[in-house]
Design a protein around this ligand. Sequence first.
Ligand code: PHE
Length: 450
Amino acid sequence: MSAVRGEFSSRFGFIMAAAGSAVGLGNIWGFPTQTASNGGAAFLIAYLVLAFFLAYPALMAELIIGRHGQANAVTSLKKISAHKWQKHFAFMVGFGGILCAGFILSFYAIVAGWMLSATLEPIASVVGLNQTATWLGEQSLIRNVLFTLIFIALTILIISRGVENGIEKWSKRLMPALLLILFALIAYVMTQDGAIEGLQAYLIPDFSSILDANLLVSALGQAFFSLSLGTSVMIIYGSYISKKENLVSLGAYVTLIDVFIAFVAGLLIIPAMYVAQAQGVEIFSATGELLSEDTLVFQVLPALFDGMGNAGLYIGFAFFALMSIAALTSSISMLEAPVSYTVERFSVKRLHATWLIGALIALVSVVIVCNLGSLFGLVITITTKIAQPLLGLMCCLFVGWIWYRSSLLKAIQQGNPSVHNTLFWKIWPWYTKFVCPCAIGLVFLHSLLS
Ligand code: PHE
């Protein structure tokens, strides 16, 4: 099987693909809005600590399971299971993750569709298609369905080309483009009135709220979503890494890039909110809470861009193009999870599997779009607040309790022969065995109870 399996052709290719999966709407939109609604810099600090001390070890668990198994999530988890019950458990966790990835894609594609139409809107205005521009800018069922489907089709087109020519090639193109646009936008926003006030809110912490349980729950959820954990995505990406690579440092790079981009996105979005506020847009309530967190992007930012006159059209285009690119490098990883499983489990051709699963997910998306009020929030809650932390926790249990330690060490030593002498090996196995499951479990319980 390994002869026909795809593999990332380079270290850089893997880092771009995995960071591409991690960096998405969660970083560029989710993180800054969560930061703004959870007390600014205090949330940032909690997020940084949780990302490095809980999400990174959990990411390493998923990557090593995949790299060792060299197969889709279900098969990889089964390979480290010795007993029958463990194999059943492996199926539940692996398949659960695949389902979770599929459902995340079904709502993610809707939001990404909004981003796509918002990218086209300024273009329509520039070329004088004013009616089209208005249509693109207003919520309507037809527009939402159309752009959700276009976004899923783009995702399918990339995934049907496989690992090296699809995922890797496009991640290597799109990720640097994303960084460029992000920095250009920050440079622009910093020249506007109100930006400095935003920077202060973002960077000067109010330490009193840092141990607030709700803040910690949101920060951990955000870190898990952002690193694409508990969806079997990182298991499958891990399985495409060569055994010659040092997994410990690769995982660290991916975490660093993900956290860095979230941090940098905060430098754009939070000052942009204050700039918009300086221009008269209402952003915070009288008590200092962020108003309408999820739709803010389509209210505040267009208002901000409008205030900039003609330049606003171009900046608006760049901003929403940035969001669309970030969404695409993430959505391809979500689709890869079920596709890789179907290809390997049922020996179906990749092209057929991709279109079939893509069509199924599109169907679910359309059902959600038609019932936005009742289904959208529900699917987000079930996948990101319940399934992701639980499945991430179970991957830690696999590595900590089911996988034999000597065999785990051998797997990590590939590409990193002296790992047993490093601080990583002294801390991580014990850490994934006790600390990660307990901490994730506690946070999960808290979020259920509240
Ligand atoms: N990490 C992506 C983001 O931040 C979302 C994602 C979740 C991607 C789960 C893959 C799997 O937007």
